[in-house]
Structure formats: structure tokens, C-alpha cells
Design a protein around this ligand. Structure first.
Ligand code: MOS
Length: 741
């Protein structure tokens, strides 16, 4: 293997910087017209009248689609698939309004401006019904989701009460995180093109096959009549992992208007109808013996959900596996609000759960007078404490050690407020990072061409993270080809199927398929040469032939370029391989781990927080590209800075609208907010996870970061902010309440 692991430049980089990379809204389709969503401005009620007369008479307007004239869908548009693949969508099938921002009409115009102007003139009258927008009220009749992902909503091991009774130190607190919005740079965008009864969707998605399956079922189409194309995605972060209403509405509008339709969400429309992280309220109780060993931990998580479907942020799952404790309870409850449906966002569960758990560990470390790193080491789980099976690999202790060394943690003074620069207080904090090493079935095709190049394809996605690049490297090694003669393609349902680019699983799932297809194609190439009487390799033993740099060679010295073998073969030499995880999934618990160290500067007069340094040390199996991988881990840490200090969707308590539905008021980190980020990736061999030994790195970067930053703020100023984001006003209020600075 010569290419895998190398810091190869992005193979799609040139296309991107020269504007040639085509995103979903940029496909040129003849006769294309433009659709605009009209949304509910109230959170609950029944539509009593829709007046479309003015809009319909406006210039360039082709269609105003409402629940009165929209095509009836099979099963009334109810979810065609099990959630979360099949979401409860708003497809103009009835007159009910369940949240502010719900699509209630679609206007199609010959230009975007005509459609926008007409959309403003659609009058929707709603008989309002009482809306539930108050978290306290919703909490009062919270319900259990039964399951979170594939796990039970509640777990218990040992006996919490006796575990707490044995403890030398006990702590208990509630940790909160707000609703958040994904806000990828590229908004959701769909172009729907009908040709007869066949539909093509150019859709910005993390899952082309999922869009095909869900939309086909929802519309009552055979999946082979539906093609989904998505070569580039300008960020997903989870919101493009499932199909939302606008995708199906675009297809419905295109059919009804008899024209190809483009529907691009405005930035404000990215807050509400397309998911978002729920608000979480997490109660953690923890007991420890005087030596630091945990005697009991409970983690009770309450998260918001919409009126139309249950989606559970699995906050407490991380507590089940991260530390070894004999007594433990975890629960998940849901509180219904009249808000848009929630969904997975940037390490759902792990990002929020590690905030609560890792701040609680910091509190416990101070209570016991034990160094936070040492406390974690003393409670390190030698095997998965929940499943009682070994880890496939775990380098967490080495992550703590190497991260601490790089950061200079040994020089830490545990006294909060001990590091000062003028009126600025400097604080250090750390936390553990973790994310499951997921893998699903995937398929790929590899082919040698007579011109000396190779084509490899898999219907996966590249969210901007490096799928194109890494798969090119894997394919080049498997096929014995130079990387610059391998063309890897993705993002089309005509290609072999690959899983959702979510759950940090694309590399772990798709690279084994690419590797298998590449190796099998190489074997077929060798077989073709052996069988070919004109080849210098004719009749040789397959085991004696290798392929490297596009040339077959035998021990005897006989050589022939792959191109020549393929040329005489008469057609490309091609193999499709499908691979899937096996029994190893039951035998081993598979997770990535890491340690995050943060330094903050807090202005004691103004409460303003600046992150000045972050060190992250990770054990993520084998890193397939040292450059894109490092970049992806840094990106995750930047999300963590946003979650720690800035991001929050603010719900209007009267009308249920997200009021800061723009990038001026929904703050994400900008360059000035992002300090030096130092990434260490350990040399970790995992023989079990997949043939390449690669765990995913898409989401672990965010985990632990909000806690590390919040813990650093405590170290700086001696006040604990337990509800995110940690903002200047909260710090000042806490300092004032404490009566000192
Ligand atoms: Mo990710 S939130 O699993 O797309």
C-alpha cells in the first residue's frame, strides 16, 4: 500500500476552486422553472382558507399548489419507511398546522423573482389552536420513546441507591444544551425533472439511495423510475441525512406544472422544516470513592421533540460505555413542542452527552482533589462495560498522555483563577471524546480501461470531507494504479449502492467495497493476461504476477502494461463487489476515542471568552489521508467551539418561530474565533473494524470540546456555567451571584 495514508491533495480541489464542481442547484436543465415554499406563520391550527387568486394572476406564475389542489399521495403521504429514514413530512395532504415554518403552499414561477413575489401574496388563514411552546409545560407530561436508535431508552445496572450510599463524594447537577440548527454553507436544494413517469432528482443530500427509496415510496413510484444525483455537497452535518418535505414537494410541483422545477431553501427556511438539534436537559448524579473510582452514575436525559414525530437525541448512550461503574442508570424522555421536527446533528447524543458527563467529571475531580486526567484514567473501562465485550481497539490512555504532554498539562495549577494576564483570567480544561465506529454494507465497481486509466464508482457522497480523495487512494492501491490515473465517481443512484454519509461511517463502509472491487478487478486483469496468447504473461501462474504503477509484472521479468491487456481483451475489465460487516460486530465493541485540552482567556470585567488553544489527541484506527483527516478533525473541533460559545436557536415563546433564523444572529465560529488547533492522531491498529482498519472521523471532533471549554472557563474564573452556550452574560451573572471577581 503506497497511497493510503498519504496527505494527498483533494482530487476534487481544482474543480472546487475553479467553480467547476456542480452543486445540486447548479445543474442546467432546459425549461427549468422555480419554486418557492410558503410557510405557516403560526405554530398550531387548521387552515380555514387559502386565497391564491392574487398570486395566480401575477406575472410568470405557473402554479400555486396548496392542500386543496396538491396531488393526493399514497397513504396520504404518511411515512413510507421506518424513521429516521422515513420522516413525517408536510406534503400538503391536509389542513393541519403543527409548527411555525411548516410548508403550506408551493408557488412555481418562470423566474425565481416571480415565484418569490407571488409567494408573498398567498393568503393563508389559520384557525389557531393552542400551541405548546413552553419547555416547563412540555416537561410535565414527557414520555418515553421506548428505544433510542437500536438501544433501549432506559438501562440499569447494579443498584444506584447503594452505589451512591457507598460514595465518599456525591455530586448532582442539571446540564442544558439549546436547540441548534445545522447551517451548512450550501442550503438544501432540489431540482426535479420528470420524463414521462421517470423522475430525476438533483438533490443536495447525504444519502442518494435513501432519497430514492423514500421519495419513490412516498410518491408510489417504482425505485427504478427514480434517479438521484448528487456529486457535491456543501456540508450536511446531519440535516441532509433524511428526506425533508421540500424534496417531495419539488417533485409534486414539477409533475403538476409540467416543467422541471428547482427549489432552493432560503437561509431562514433552514431553521424549522429541515430538522435541527433538540434542546436537552440532562441530570447527572455521580458518586465516587475517595480514590476516585466511581461507585454510581445516573444520566437522565430529557429532550424536545415535535408534535408530529418522535426523534430522540441519545444523550445518555455515551454514559453507558465510557467509564466503568458498577451501578448505573440511564433514561431518555421526550417533551413535545409545536416545533419543526428534530434530527441528528453533528454527533447527536455524543456531542450533548459528553458535555454533561465530562463537565460532571470535572466537578467530581475538584470535589475529590484529583487531577481530571487522573480521574478519567482511574475509571477507564478495560472492556465495554455495558455490552461486556472487548473493544476492537482503544487508545484512550495514550490519547490522554500524548494530549496532556503536547498541551503542557503537567504545569497546571488546579486553583481556579490562578493564571492571570492583567484583567484576563486564563483557564485550562479537558474532556474525553468518543464516537462509535459504525459500518454498513456498501458496493463499488472498479474497471480498467484500454487507455491506461481506471474508473471506480460507488453511490456514496462527499460532504466536502474527502470521500473522493480517500477512495481514489484506496482504489489506486488495490488496482496497482497511479492515483492520477484513477477516476473515482460517486453521488448517483445508477452506481452501486452505498450507505448514508452519516454516523461517521462512509470511509469504514465504502473503502472496503472499493478495495474489494479493486482487488477483484486486478485479479481479473491478471487472469485475462494469463489467458491471452499474445501476452508476455501468457500461461504464467497468477500468484507470480503483481500489478503496480499500471503495469503487470512477473518474477520472471515478463511485463505488460494493463492498458495493453485491456485493449486486446476488447472491453473494460470490470468487477462489482458488495461487502458488509460480519460477526466482528457482535464480538467487539467498536468506538473511537480521544482527549481534548482547551485553553481560554476570559475577560473578568466583560465576561468575554476567547479560546486560545486546543489540543486534540485521537485514536481513530488508520487514518487514510493525513491531510483531509486532520482537516476533518479540526472541523469537528470548530463545531465544538460553536456549540460551547455561540450556537443557539432561539424559539419565540408566542409564535414558535426561530427568531434568529439568519447567520447574523445565529452565531457560528468565524476565523477570528478559532485558535491554533493541534491535532494528534495516534498510530492505532484495529484488526477487527474492517479490512483497512479505518474508523470514521466525521463526528468525534466535536465531542468533548464543549465540556473542555466549559471546564476551562471554570478554571479561569471559578464559576460553572452548565447550560450552553457559555456566553459573556452568563459568566458575568454567575460572577455577580458569587459576589466576587
Ligand atoms: Mo451525521 S449528524 O450522523 O450526518
Amino acid at each position: 500500500m503506497s497511497n493510503v495514508g498519504q496527505p494527498l491533495d483533494r482530487t476534487d480541489g481544482l474543480l472546487k476552486v475553479t467553480g467547476q464542481a456542480r452543486y445540486s442547484a447548479e445543474f442546467q436543465v432546459p425549461r427549468l422553472v422555480h419554486a418557492v415554499l410558503v410557510q405557516s406563520t403560526v405554530p398550531a391550527g387548521r387552515i380555514t382558507r387559502v386565497d391564491t387568486h392574487v398570486a395566480q394572476a401575477m406575472p410568470g406564475v405557473l402554479l400555486v399548489m396548496t392542500h386543496e389542489n396538491a396531488p393526493r399521495l399514497p397513504n396520504d403521504g404518511k411515512p413510507a419507511l421506518e424513521p429516521p429514514a422515513g420522516r413525517v413530512l408536510s406534503l400538503l395532504q391536509d389542513d393541519q398546522v403543527h409548527y411555525n415554518g411548516q410548508p403550506v403552499a408551493v408557488v412555481v414561477g418562470d423566474t425565481l423573482e416571480h415565484a418569490q413575489a407571488a409567494a408573498r401574496m398567498v393568503r393563508v388563514e389559520v384557525a389557531q389552536q393552542p400551541a405548546r411552546l413552553d419547555f416547563e409545560t412540555a416537561r410535565a407530561d414527557a414520555h418515553s420513546p421506548g428505544k433510542v436508535q437500536t438501544q433501549s431508552a432506559d438501562t440499569m445496572r447494579g443498584d444506584m441507591a447503594s452505589g451512591m450510599a457507598q460514595a465518599a463524594q456525591r455530586i448532582e447537577a442539571i446540564y442544558g444544551t439549546p436547540m441548534e440548527a445545522h447551517n451548512p454553507m450550501e442550503p438544501h436544494a432540489t431540482i426535479a425533472v420528470w420524463e414521462g413517469d421517470s423522475l430525476t432528482l438533483y438533490d443536495s443530500t447525504q444519502y442518494v439511495s435513501g432519497v430514492r427509496r423514500t421519495v419513490a415510496k412516498t410518491l408510489g413510484l417504482s425505485p427504478d423510475k427514480l434517479r438521484v444525483v448528487c456529486p457535491f455537497v456543501g456540508g450536511g452535518f446531519g440535516c441532509k441525512g433524511s428526506v425533508w418535505s421540500h424534496v417531495v414537494l419539488a417533485a409534486m410541483a414539477a409533475r403538476q406544472a409540467g416543467r422541471p422545477v428547482k427549489l432552493v431553501l432560503e437561509r431562514a427556511q433552514m431553521f424549522g422544516p429541515v430538522g435541527g438539534r433538540p434542546r436537552t436537559e440532562q441530570r447527572i448524579a455521580m458518586g465516587a470513592a475517595s480514590d476516585g473510582r466511581f461507585t454510581a452514575i445516573s444520566h437522565d436525559s430529557l429532550t424536545t421533540t415535535s408534535m408530529i414525530e418522535d426523534w430522540t437525541e441519545p444523550c445518555a448512550i455515551v454514559t453507558r460505555m465510557l467509564y466503568d461503574t458498577p451501578n448505573q442508570r440511564t433514561t431518555h424522555r421526550l417533551a413535545r413542542l409545536n416545533v419543526g421536527p428534530h434530527t441528528f446533528q453533528r454527533a447527536p447524543g455524543e456531542a450533548t452527552g459528553t458535555f454533561a458527563l465530562e463537565v460532571a467529571l470535572d466537578v467530581m475531580a475538584y470535589a475529590l482533589g484529583i487531577d481530571p486526567v487522573e480521574l478519567r484514567l482511574r475509571n477507564d473501562a478495560a472492556q465495554d462495560p455495558e455490552k461486556r465485550i472487548p473493544w476492537s481497539s482503544k487508545s484512550l490512555a495514550a490519547c490522554y498522555r500524548t494530549g496532556a504532554e503536547r498541551f503542557g498539562w503537567a504545569r497546571r495549577n488546579p486553583q481556579p483563577g490562578s493564571m492571570r494576564e492583567g484583567t484576563t483570567r486564563v483557564g485550562w480544561g479537558m474532556a474525553t471524546a468518543t464516537y462509535p465506529a459504525n459500518r454498513s454494507a456498501a458496493a463499488a465497481t472498479a474497471r480498467y480501461l484500454p487507455d491506461g486509466t481506471a474508473q471506480v464508482e460507488s453511490g456514496s457522497q462527499d460532504l466536502g470531507t474527502g470521500t473522493y480523495t480517500v477512495m481514489t487512494q484506496v482504489a489506486a492501491d488495490a488496482m496497482g494504479m497511479p492515483v492520477d490515473r484513477v477516476l473515482f465517481s460517486l453521488g448517483d443512484t445508477r452506481m452501486p449502492e452505498a450507505p448514508v454519509s452519516g454516523g461517521s461511517q462512509s470511509v469504514a463502509s465504502v473503502s472496503p467495497a472499493v478495495q474489494a472491487a479493486g482487488q477483484q478487478a486486478r485479479d481479473a486483469l491478471i487472469a485475462a493476461a494469463i489467458a491471452d496468447a499474445s501476452s508476455p504473461l501468457h500461461g504464467l501462474d497468477a500468484g507470480a504476477i503483481t500489478v503496480a504503477d499500471g503495469v503487470l509484472s512477473a518474477h520472471s521479468g515478463a511485463r505488460e502494461p494493463a492498458a495493453a491487456v485491456v485493449a486486446r481483451y476488447g472491453r473494460p475489465i470490470e468487477v462489482t463487489a458488495k461487502v458488509q460487516p460480519g460477526e466482528e460486530k457482535q464480538k467487539f465493541s467498536m468506538h473511537s476515542f480521544g482527549a481534548v485540552f482547551a485553553e481560554v482567556h476570559v475577560d473578568a470585567d466583560l465576561g468575554v471568552i476567547r479560546v486560545s488553544r486546543i489540543v486534540g489527541s485521537y485514536g481513530v484506527g488508520r487514518l487514510l489521508n493525513a491531510k483531509t483527516g486532520r482537516s476533518q478533525l479540526m472541523g469537528g473541533i470548530v463545531w465544538g467551539i460553536g456549540m460551547a460559545l455561540f450556537e443557539e436557536s432561539l424559539l419565540d415563546p408566542r409564535y414558535g418561530r426561530i427568531v434568529n433564523n439568519n447567520l447574523a444572529e445565529y452565531h457560528v465560529p468565524v476565523n477570528a474565533d478559532v485558535p491554533d488547533i493541534d491535532i494528534l492522531v495516534l498510530d492505532e491498529a484495529d484488526p477487527h473494524i474492517n479490512p483497512l482498519g479505518a474508523k470514521g472521523i466525521g463526528e468525534i471532533g466535536i465531542t468533548g470540546v464543549p465540556a473542555a471549554i466549559a471546564n476551562a472557563v471554570y478554571d479561569a474564573v471559578g464559576v460553572r456555567i452548565t447550560d450552553l452556550p457559555v456566553t459573556a452574560d452568563k459568566v458575568l451573572a454567575a460572577l455577580k451571584a458569587r459576589g466576587s471577581r
